[in-house]
Ligand binder design. Sequence first.
Ligand code: IPE
Ligand code: IPE
Ligand code: MG
Length: 258
Amino acid sequence: MFNKIWKNKEGESSSPLVYAKEDILQHPIPKHVAIIMDGNGRWAKKRALPRAAGHYEGMQVVRKITRFANELGIKILSLYAFSTENWKRPKSEVEYLMKLPEQFLTTFLPELIEENVNVRVIGNTEQLPEHTRRAVEKAINETKDNTGLILNFALNYGSRAEITYAVQQIAKDIQNGRLSPEQITEELVSSYLMTKDLMDPDLLIRTSGEIRLSNFMLWQLAYTEFWFTDVLWPDFTEQHLLEAIAAFQKRNRRFGGV
Ligand code: IPE
Ligand code: IPE
Ligand code: MG
């Protein structure tokens, strides 16, 4: 019962319809798409494989969806890859997840450069292992002048940590006289967040049937359209992205107006 209410409106999800890229491109495309890529572990479990196999497969899907997002003319693709809470997982799984950015970038960085993709990262990268940080920094550096799709990885990202840090920085700037309390506006708060150079997401997708944000972009998602699917991330295809965008195109965004 609850599922029905909280999930997408009827007919939006799991429909057998086949969406054509050409049709979707007739209508406005969301500029910033954010994805909570969930369900890698369950995907592996269903196949009696170790969880790492699900993460590996999920990485291939990141490549596929990045390429397709670029083709569709999406400007920013934000991908939740590791949360500040994911450190609670078994050490071996965390170690594997920390190797993935290197693996991903070693394999795909040349292609990303070729396709004019601009790699960025939000999250507390100082806490990442040295080898992970190095791989990420290399990708950021080598793609920094690219003007195509912004591929924004949330790595060791947590929205509460982000907001807490912003509040600390604002307090410091008041203390040292650079700011006065009257100057604290919504725009100013946004400018202290890790997403300061990015517009807010238009569309949020979460896979694997979980209907929650898990500490992802709490401030930025205030007026974002949400789309949930039971599909596990390693099973996510171009067709699912088109389905999500088709649902987005049917929504009536009012931003509090009429
Ligand atoms: C998402 O898949 C990837 C990360 C959170 C790193 P999960 O690993 O959370 O997969 P499930 O939710 O256990 O199936
Ligand atoms: C959210 O997924 C984090 C990422 C996708 C990186 P989780 O699997 O960690 O979220 P919970 O624990 O189900 O809320
Ligand atoms: Mg999960």
